[in-house]
Design a protein around this ligand. Structure first.
Ligand code: HEM
Ligand code: FMN
Length: 445
């Protein structure tokens, strides 16, 4: 555990409503606001203890470790172990958090259409991402400053991902230099991707890309959905106890008159003038594979595909930038409706709110090649070195079970016909301006 923070009874008592529901179970504080409506034993069984001690009610019907097993990393044990600043930085989203909530809830509105009696005794979750085999279609999303959760930070996640055979996308915003993160990991650098924000000073980005290439990393994710940092109120309101640095961006946190938002104060290096024309420059700097992260419309997906990128990530940045920007899942359904052919031309990944094996399977059935998972990996660090591994194991077990229950034994069998998206179909735009057929646009869209 990354140190335990003590929370007073009085503080717990203030979180006593359905939307803000903390309970104490066996001496740990849990924020069950999101879980209560999904509780198999009914929402009321939990809400009646909101803001209170609930150990007796819980222990009478549940094994003591059920809650940590069921909510490990998917939920909030992190909250009583992380510093308040870390917690607010990780969990916050833009303004009213509507995109954060929608990222989760849209998965819950798709229903499977299982096909049965299909001999599902042996199942494989293996697949390829950018031509390299992995054990699970889950990529660790680039998430900043993992050392705020635990001193093992990004290295802890990297080791777990590599040992379990999944990819880790190391962010430019990591708490240590890329060299430190991957040098301790006894696996080839090809299991890593690197995520770049293009800097105002292009020479700085060029030199960083050379370093990344020398490390042996061959796939670059360029994030395009953050020309400016989102307004994350929870993060802004909490002062950092100490100065926080990002070695690869060269920026540091600071208190200013507006608040102490970590992304805002450390993100000042990002070039907000970046545009599609700059892909030519980017490709000249990076001889490897290029993936664009942050696509939110079929039009931009097509522009990226025509520009010859190797992959796109449908993402609203975990709901952290533009509130009411579309969940990646909705953009995926938009692609299915308006440009399904793109799914066989570039690898399409999806992120935002993926928390269960069933979520992964739904995304794959709808055409995604893999999903990215962000916050759960940060939260899993509350359990130390074993946390990220355990999280991957849970995803593995849940995906295998979901595949068997839906009636497939290999991910290549995942098809749209296994998912009923009817409840979301009306949310997809009806008409899109037909993107140019073959031309790479030369101007900003
Ligand atoms: C505040 C107290 C409680 C907490 C925190 C809690 C938490 C949980 C958790 C974490 C799960 C597992 C969910 C999963 O696997 O996804 C669960 C399942 C369940 N809970 Fe509760 N629970 C509480 C009280 C109760 C009470 C009082 C009842 C019944 C009177 C109840 C009935 C059930 C049932 C039937 C299930 C599904 C079967 C099972 O896994 O045992 N729970 N609960
Ligand atoms: C604390 C935090 C920091 C993040 N930092 C970055 C980053 O530096 N670069 C980036 O491209 N995305 C960043 N993201 C977005 C993630 O890559 C990913 O899109 C998002 O977390 C997926 O949603 P999820 O957290 O619901 O899984 C960050 C997300 C979080 C939660």
């Amino acid at each position: 555990m990354a140190g335990t923070k003590r929370i007073s009874v009085g503080e717990v008592a203030q979180h006593c409503s359905p939307s803000n529901c903390w309970v104490v179970i066996n001496e740990h504080v849990w924020d069950l606001s999101e879980f209560a409506p999904k509780h198999p034993g009914g929402c009321d069984a939990i809400l009646r203890y909101a803001g209170q001690e609930a150990s007796q009610a819980y222990n009478e019907v549940h094994a003591s470790d059920l809650i940590s097993k069921a909510l490990t990393a998917n939920e909030l044990v992190a909250q009583d172990t992380f510093s308040e600043k870390a917690w607010k930085f990780y969990s916050s989203g833009a303004t009213d958090m509507l995109s954060v909530k929608a990222n989760r809830s849209l998965y819950d509105r798709n229903w499977f259409r299982p096909r049965l009696l299909r001999n599902v005794r042996d199942v494989s979750t293996k697949c390829t991402v950018q031509g390299v085999e992995c054990s699970l279609p889950v990529i660790v999303a680039p998430v900043a400053l993992a050392k705020l959760a635990n001193p093992i930070g990004e290295t802890g996640i990297a080791k777990a991902a590599a040992s379990r055979g999944i990819f880790h996308c190391v962010p430019i915003t990591a708490s240590g230099p890329g060299e430190d993160i991957i040098s301790d990991v006894p696996f080839p650098a090809t299991v890593f991707f690197f995520q770049l924000y293009v800097a105002k000073n292009r020479a700085v980005s060029e030199s960083l890309l050379r370093r990344v290439w020398e490390l042996g990393i061959r796939t670059l994710f360029v994030t395009i959905d953050a020309p400016v940092a989102g307004k994350r109120e929870a993060d802004e309101k909490v002062k950092a106890q100490e100065m926080i640095a990002m070695p690869m961006t060269g920026t540091r946190s600071r208190e200013d008159g507006t608040g102490s938002g970590l992304t805002r104060t450390t993100g000042s290096f990002i070039d907000s003038s970046l545009c599609w024309d700059d892909l030519t420059w980017l490709k000249a700097q990076w001889p490897g594979k290029l993936v664009i992260k942050g696509i939110q419309s079929v039009e931009d997906a097509q522009i990226a595909a025509e520009a010859g990128v190797s992959g796109i990530v449908l993402s609203n940045h975990g709901g952290r930038n533009l509130d009411t920007s579309p969940p990646g899942l909705l953009t995926l359904i938009e692609l299915q409706r308006h440009l399904p052919s793109i799914l066989s031309h570039v690898e399409v990944y999806v992120d935002g709110g993926v928390r269960r094996g069933t979520d992964i399977l739904k995304a794959l059935c709808l055409g995604a090649k893999a999903v990215l998972v962000g916050r759960p990996f940060l939260y899993s660090l509350a359990y130390g070195e074993n946390g990220p591994q355990h999280l991957i194991d849970i995803f593995q077990a849940e995906l295998e079970a979901a595949m068997k229950l839906v009636g497939i034994t290999d991910l290549s069998q995942a098809r749209p016909a296994f998912v009923n998206t009817h409840d979301l179909d009306h949310l997809v735009v009806k008409d899109v301006r037909a993107p140019a057929a073959h031309v790479i646009p030369q101007s900003k869209i």
